[in-house]
Design a protein around this ligand. Structure first.
Ligand code: TRP
Length: 332
């Protein structure tokens, strides 16, 4: 029997606040995996530099996101939790991998095409090589599984291609990772535009519910959520708004869609929206209490992220040393 735990690596960019989409779709699943896998989670701060972000905002987001990882229940003893920029091997491996990644394949990345179309004034080289840095994040730790949303599966694919190409030349240096999309976990949509994902870079603040939003704000956002005119709480194709609210309510309470339909039989959307808002606020209250505790002790928070970086660096350094040796760089 295989008794070696598989390695998981994932990360979130600190470009905005963590919202319930990121929590229900990602972080909540990470918590469930902490006993069965060897897990590493980074704050992908270097990745957030591809867009112009105010340094003080980046600092605030980064520390906030780190504290939120902990407040959501990621145990820093069971998981390695760290800032990507604290482990310099990420940027170093990314350079080597850049030299094993083709211009053509990066040009085909849909995220690069989307982002450069949206930001025509800032199509920087970092945006172009973004998937290579992400490949370095994954390959440094010999990760087997990479939990990501659908928008990132192409990046995991190119990571495999790069690893394969490198291994083809130098032998089995890298473990080939696989994208891991957990079966459970809601794909939360924007409350104001329920055909699009709830995104931390959404310009419409009413569309996203942030983990640190106070109760009255959460209730208000759900009250204003876009729905249809049928006024019947029922999961059905085309009812994006109600489907989204039902998914959220189900993810938060554990109730099935059938249970929810029964619970709100004969009731209007107003009652349902209020119930979802209250359930989400109750869930957030627990996270926010823990968040306050973690952020009230900055020294402890620093100790936790330094320990995370130390652990990550140890593994990352082994891989990078091997890579440098394989390609023919002189050992230090
Ligand atoms: N690119 C990912 C996103 O935007 C974030 C990320 C950076 C990541 N490095 C990673 C995800 C490594 C998984 C593994 O969501």
């Amino acid at each position: 029997m295989e008794n070696v735990k598989k390695t998981i690596l994932s990360g979130i960019k600190p470009t905005g606040n963590l919202n319930i989409g990121g929590y229900l779709g990602a972080v909540k699943n990470w918590i469930k995996m902490q006993d069965d896998y060897n897990c590493l989670y980074c704050i992908a701060d270097l990745h957030s530099l591809t867009i112009r972000i105010d340094p003080s905002v980046l600092r605030k987001n980064s520390i906030e996101l780190f504290a939120l990882y902990l407040a959501c229940g990621l145990d820093p003893e069971k998981n390695t939790i760290f800032f990507q920029s604290h482990v310099t091997q990420h940027a170093e491996l990314a350079w080597v991998l850049d030299c094993y990644t083709m211009f053509g394949e990066l040009s085909r990345m849909t995220q690069f095409k989307d982002k450069s179309a949206k930001n025509a004034e800032n199509i920087n080289a970092g945006l172009f090589t973004y998937p290579v840095l992400m490949a370095a994040d994954i390959l440094l730790y010999q990760a087997n599984l990479v939990p990501v949303g659908e928008d990132q599966t192409q990046h995991v694919e190119i990571c495999r291609d790069i690893a394969n190409r490198f291994n083809g030349v130098y032998g089995e240096v890298f473990t080939l990772p696989e994208a891991y999309t957990p079966k459970v976990g809601a794909r939360v949509k924007s409350l104001t535009n329920p055909s699009a994902k709830m995104s931390k870079s959404d310009d419409d603040d009413n569309g996203t519910v942030n983990l640190l939003d106070p109760r009255d704000v959460v209730i208000r956002k759900f009250r204003k959520a876009v729905t249809d005119s049928e006024a019947c709480v029922r999961y059905a194709p085309g009812k994006d708004g109600i489907n989204n609210l039902m998914s959220i309510y189900s993810a938060v309470t554990g109730k099935s869609f059938e249970d929810i339909e029964k619970e709100f039989d004969g009731k209007g959307y107003g009652d349902f929206k209020l119930a979802v808002g209250e359930a989400v606020s109750d869930m957030l209250a627990g996270i926010q209490d823990k968040y306050k505790v973690y952020t009230s002790d900055r020294a402890q928070l620093e100790a936790i992220y330094r320990q995370g970086a130390d652990r990550a660096r140890y593994i990352a350094n082994k891989t990078l040393t091997k890579v440098y040796k394989k390609v023919g760089l002189i050992a230090k």
